[in-house]
Design a protein around this ligand. Structure first.
Ligand code: NAD
Ligand code: UGA
Length: 461
């Protein structure tokens, strides 16, 4: 079959897989290939058990796979035939050398760029889909265009704004698609080709173009602003606990101000996910490298507040449970960093579980989708942790339940049955404020919501 465009995505992860599946489903006229160095990941994309859990994704993949969507490990052949290459490899925080713990580790990106140069026989458009530090496109362009074959590579930035758990809906109906390019004739021509792809289903007014540096920076800043809202409301949750104000009421009231808006004001045990912390630390690193100490400190405090929120959650548990949890069974309801995903990267549940293990609690992890990842995350203390998918079994004989993830099913459990099989006094710490606290209190639980007065039969706190 003759395809109108041959598109390649390097990196078949949480972004590359869903993004390309949606492009292929929306644009049957394009051939879309997704490659990865990880053969088991590619095998999973080609099977009925996709490597990531994402509502609605399997239907989209099934619609296009084998028709115009292909998952492959044949990276070189795919590079050779593609006209447009999205690069969606991971860009974790650097763990070594200069900038360790803050800067982005660009080795996967650079390796990919060098491979593209080696294989290519003609001009190509290279698109940064991964989240990258501002001005990375300059370095990439230098590496790509330092070839002696006379090939021109135009580097664009098209950062991805999807959130996990709602990836398919976000891709089908994005708030905006951002395409950054050089403002040269070649840059604009390449940009227009990418606009044309998204215009197959995204209204034109939501396809935003900008210069390439603004596009790179906008992605980091969007994540920093979202995370900053969560840290802001989480800081207020602590004040609420001291003053008998209720953070859900404060949040609802301020969110009704159209200048503030209601989203991302849900207080929690802390934000997780692979990107907020990484991207803010990267922003901080960039600011420091330009000598912008105050700006860097300001954004770093967003991450510090998040760490504080996780720590104080466990401190509250300890205080409520008579200052010791040693030997006590504690069931964590949820381990994923948010509902509707099996992803546990930077999940606050990791820190909470590890802190509880340090306090010598018997920690039991329950989650509908994330148990396998939880086992990997807690490998260092696996002997002190149990993994039980069924929440009723997990809570059997427990002194406390701590809700870590807002899975809908936790709201719907029979807590009378759970209470009957727990130790007394029984505690619930709701790190997501998703349960019916009053009803639980009336059943006999001592209930500790976030940023709301505790409902405690014991009056010890
Ligand atoms: P991921 O770890 O799930 O996937 C990255 C994939 O790239 C892996 O499968 C890895 O094997 C592959 N890879 C690495 N080097 C490669 C190479 N040289 N050749 C071929 N494949 C290679 O990561 P992700 O969550 O998809 O994130 C990718 C990028 O997108 C990151 O920069 C991230 O910040 C950004 N992002 C992520 C999300 C999200 O929700 N996860 C949302 C927006 C943006
Ligand atoms: C986030 C952004 O929302 C996406 O736009 C972005 O593309 C993505 O990061 C990325 O760059 O990786 P994601 O991390 O998948 O998406 O999920 P979010 O819905 O943003 O949630 C992040 C964390 O914040 C979760 O732990 C969630 O529970 C927490 N959260 C979210 C709160 O604690 N309160 C809120 O009000 C909202």
């Amino acid at each position: 079959m003759n395809f109108a465009k041959k598109i390649l995505c390097i990196g078949a992860g949480y972004v590359g897989g869903p993004t390309m599946a949606v492009i292929a489903a929306k644009c049957p006229q394009y051939k879309v290939t997704v490659v990865d160095v990880n053969p088991s990941r590619i095998a999973a994309w080609n099977s009925d058990a996709l490597p990531i859990y994402e509502p609605g994704l399997f239907d989209v993949v099934k619609q296009a796979r084998g028709r115009n969507l292909f998952f492959s490990t044949e990276i070189d052949a795919a590079i050779d035939e593609a006209e447009i290459i999205f690069v969606s490899v991971n860009t974790p925080t650097k763990s070594f050398g200069e900038g360790a713990g803050k800067a982005a580790d660009l080795q996967y990106w650079e390796r990919t760029a060098r491979n593209i140069v080696k294989i290519s026989k003609g001009d190509k458009i290279i698109i940064e889909k991964s989240t990258l530090p501002v001005r990375t496109a300059e370095a990439m362009s230098s590496i790509l265009n330092a070839n002696e074959k006379g090939i021109h590579f135009e580097v664009l930035s098209n950062p991805e704004f999807l959130a996990e758990g709602t990836a398919v809906a976000d891709l089908n109906n994005p708030d905006r698609v951002l395409i950054g390019s050089q403002l040269t004739p070649e840059g604009i021509k390449a940009r227009d080709q990418v606009v044309e792809i998204y215009a197959n289903w995204v209204p034109r007014e939501r396809i935003v173009t900008s210069n390439v540096w603004s596009a790179e920076l906008s992605k980091l800043v969007a994540n920093a602003f979202l995370a900053q809202r969560i840290s802001s409301i989480n800081s207020i949750s602590e004040l609420c606990e001291k003053t008998e104000a209720d953070v859900t009421e404060v949040s609802r009231t301020i969110g009704m101000d159209s200048r503030i808006g209601s989203r991302f004001l849900v207080s929690s045990v802390g934000f997780g996910g692979s990107c907020f912390k990484k991207d803010i630390l990267n922003l901080v690193y960039i600011c420091r490298s330009y000598g912008l100490t105050e700006v860097a400190d300001y954004w770093e405090s967003v991450v510090e507040m998040n760490e504080h929120q996780k720590r104080r959650f466990v401190k509250n548990m300890l205080r409520a449970m008579f200052n010791t949890v040693a030997g006590k069974r504690i069931a964590l309801f949820g381990f994923a960093f948010k509902a509707d995903t099996g992803d546990t990267r930077e999940s606050p549940a990791i820190d909470v579980a590890m802190q509880l293990v340090k306090e010598q609690a018997k920690v039991v992890i329950s989650d509908p989708k994330a148990i396998d990842n939880a086992k990997i995350d807690l490998a260092s203390c696996i002997d002190n942790v149990e993994f039980v998918s069924n929440p009723y079994e997990a809570a059997k004989g427990a002194h406390a339940i701590a809700v870590m993830t807002e899975w809908k099913e936790y709201h719907e459990l029979d807590y009378k049955k759970i209470y009957a099989e727990m130790e007394r006094p029984a505690f619930i710490f709701d790190g997501r404020n998703v349960l019916n606290h009053k009803a639980l209190f009336e059943m006999g639980f001592n209930v500790f919501p976030l940023g709301q007065p505790a409902l405690n039969h014991l009056k010890t706190v």
